[in-house]
Design a protein around this ligand. Sequence first.
Ligand SMILES: [Ca+2]
Ligand SMILES: [Ca+2]
Ligand SMILES: [Ca+2]
Length: 200
Amino acid sequence: MKFKVTRNIIAIALCVTLVILFLSAIYVGFGTSYGYLFETDTLNLTVEGRPDDYVNIDVINMNPGKQIRGSYTIENTGILEGYLNLFNIKVKNYENRVTALETKAGDNTDSVGELGDLINVRIFTDVDSDGWVDKEDTIFYNGKMGALQSNLKLNAKIVPSSKVKIGVIFDWQDTNNCNKATGDTTELDFRFDLSQKATN
Ligand SMILES: [Ca+2]
Ligand SMILES: [Ca+2]
Ligand SMILES: [Ca+2]
């Protein structure tokens, strides 16, 4: 009788062990089959130390000849290497009000601002973190804000537990069209995206 009890306990223990092993097997299989689960656990980024990939830049208080700079530190906090790209890029132009200067300059769109079409933007890797484009940096975009497409391919590789700095420089060159943007404001929004595969 004593032997039987012991054998039953062993049988239950064995059964529990098998169930645990079985559940583990399901979990591993599930994680492997569905890549997004695996990716969520092991490929993460922070922007400026925050777990938020969304960036919003208001370009205000600009005047012809002025330059505004910004930079973002992106850290790969996961355990897989990833490729950084910019997605969901949006440029919003606000007219705010139409001034006499704008009308005189030929601005005939009362509800659409012009500032984003006049400002040049450079987006680049800032290797030495000085906020300026140097020869070791890679320029991903150099053109008018308004001409940015919705996605921008950087494919900047970030190995786990390391950081890259992405610099942004806005320039407003003095041209005959500048008065069309008197009192206008513009906004640039985008998301940093870190994926396991480089974007084609
Ligand atoms: Ca205006
Ligand atoms: Ca306008
Ligand atoms: Ca305007």
